[in-house]
Design a protein around this ligand. Structure first.
Ligand code: GRF
Length: 203
């Protein structure tokens, strides 16, 4: 008899390479999580095809022109209706309301392409290069109401070479993301992450 798996939804807006890594990593029978649903706020998100090819249910809830609260309420109802326990944001380019974030606090994680708390927000790699910092990387963190500011779960660092371009850093960081995000999801689904204020203890 196999153990019950935790139901995870992955929220996307675009390419879906992290989604692909999460799907791949949760495939084995002994994994504590299963990607039960992929939700996109964009009907043309490429990641939807990745999900479909893997036989995972997909839903599009268009966010364009919708009130933030109404959109989040619609998502919340859907996720609860489907028995979702955890949410992974993977390139989901829509700001979430405080109500939604609080309702899922401790059960929703995100990946960001910098070593937080440095370089929150967008245009990360351009700003990394301008700043002259020697290292960058990626961070998986719990989602809190303030954007890119929740408790940090895991990080991976890479050097920023002299000749780096935003594109070269993006590629090197992305490679790390695809390793880091599956590790973090596994820890989450195993119930091994304890939030203590701004810190996360791995048990
Ligand atoms: C990644 O760089 C991730 O860190 C950021 O958005 C990008 C998503 O890429 N949050 P993908 O859609 O997973 O390929």
């Amino acid at each position: 008899m196999s153990a019950v798996k935790r139901n995870v939804a992955v929220l996307i807006s675009g390419r879906g390479s992290n989604l692909r890594a999460l799907i791949q990593s949760t495939k084995d029978a002994g994994h504590p999580a299963r990607i039960a649903l992929v939700l996109s706020n964009k009907p043309d998100a490429e990641g939807l095809e990745i999900a479909k090819a893997a036989g995972i249910e997909t839903v599009v809830i268009e966010s364009r022109g919708k009130e933030r609260a109404a959109f989040d309420a619609e998502m919340d109802a859907l996720l609860r209706g489907k028995g979702i326990e955890y949410i992974c944001l993977a390139g989901f380019m829509r700001l979430l309301t405080t109500d939604f974030v609080q309702a899922w606090y401790g059960r929703m994680i995100n990946i960001h392409p910098s070593l937080l708390p440095a370089f929150r927000g967008t245009q990360v790699h351009e700003r990394v290069i301008e700043s002259g910092t020697r290292f960058t990387g990626c961070t998986v963190h719990f989602v809190s109401p303030e954007v890119d500011a929740g408790p940090i779960i895991l990080q991976a660092a890479i050097p920023v070479p002299q000749e780096a371009t935003p594109e070269s850093i993006a590629a090197a960081v992305l490679e790390q993301e695809h390793v880091l995000y599956p590790q973090a999801l596994r820890l989450l689904a195993e119930g091994r992450l304890v939030i203590e204020g701004q810190r996360v203890r791995i048990t």
